[in-house]
Design a protein around this ligand. Structure first.
Ligand code: ZN
Ligand code: ZN
Length: 217
C-alpha cells in the first residue's frame, strides 16, 4: 500500500493550517480545516488528481471553515464537525463580526465526528480524538504514518501549538478540559508524532511534552 500523501499550508484570513490527506492510488482526498482560499485548495486537488470526498474540521471557529461551502458546492462532499460544536456553527456571524470579518457562507454541516470513530481516505484511516477545551467539540485527527519520514502525524487544531495551547476564553472554552485533553489524548501518542497545529509552525509530541510550559509534566 502506498504511503498516504499529506500536505499542509496556511489558508484564510487568520492563516489557519489547512491540510490535504490523500490516497494517490485510489485518487481520493479529504481536506482538514479549509479556512479560506478555496481556489488554491482546488488547484492542489486537481494537481494531485484526487476527488474530494469529505471535509473535516478540528473545530468550528470561523477561520477554520471559511472555504467549506465553496468546496461542498464544487465537490458535493460531506462536511463534518463534532456535534458539540454545532452551536458555534450557528454563531458564525457573531464570530466573524467579533474579528471584524464578513460572515462566511454556510455549508450543510453534519455532526458525526466522534472519538474513536475513524475517518477513511481511500485505504487509509485517521483516528478521531475528541479533545474538548478550546471548544467543546474540538477534535484531533491522527495518522499512524504520513509525516515526511513516515512518522505518525496528528492534526491538532487550536488545541496544541508549538510552545503554547489554544485560547479558552471564547464560547464554550474550558482550560481544565483543554489541559486534560492534551495530557490524556495527545500526549498518549508517540513522541515522534509530528503535530500540525491550527496555526504556526509544526512541532512534535515529544518536544511539546518536554518543553511546552502550559502542559509540561
Ligand atoms: Zn479556534
Ligand atoms: Zn484557529
Amino acid at each position: 500500500m502506498a504511503q498516504v500523501h499529506v500536505e499542509s499550508f496556511e489558508a484564510g484570513p487568520l492563516g489557519c493550517m489547512c491540510s490535504i490527506v490523500a490516497d494517490l492510488e485510489a485518487k481520493t482526498a479529504i481536506v482538514i480545516d479549509p479556512g479560506g482560499d478555496a481556489d488554491h485548495i482546488n488547484e492542489r486537488l486537481t494537481a494531485l488528481g484526487c476527488t474530494l470526498t469529505r471535509v473535516i474540521h478540528t473545530h468550528t471557529h470561523f477561520d477554520h471553515v471559511g472555504a467549506t461551502p465553496e468546496l461542498q458546492t464544487a465537490h458535493n462532499c460531506t462536511c463534518s464537525i463534532h456535534e458539540a460544536d454545532r452551536f458555534l456553527y450557528d454563531l458564525l456571524p457573531v464570530q466573524a463580526a467579533m474579528f471584524g470579518m464578513g460572515t462566511p457562507g454556510r455549508a450543510d454541516m453534519e455532526g458525526s465526528l466522534a472519538n474513536g470513530k475513524p475517518v477513511s481516505v481511500g485505504a487509509h484511516e485517521l483516528d478521531v480524538l475528541h479533545v474538548p477545551g478550546h471548544t467543546p467539540g474540538s477534535t484531533a485527527f491522527f495518522l499512524p504514518s504520513g509525516g515526511p519520514n513516515g512518522e505518525p502525524i496528528v492534526f491538532a487544531g487550536d488545541t496544541l501549538f508549538q510552545g503554547s495551547v489554544g485560547r479558552t476564553d471564547l464560547w464554550g472554552g474550558d482550560s481544565d478540559a483543554l489541559i486534560t485533553s492534551v495530557k490524556t489524548r495527545l500526549f498518549a501518542l508517540s513522541d515522534d508524532a509530528i503535530v500540525v497545529p491550527g496555526h504556526g509552525p509544526l512541532t512534535s509530541i515529544g518536544v511539546e511534552k518536554r518543553t511546552n510550559p502550559f502542559v509540561r509534566g
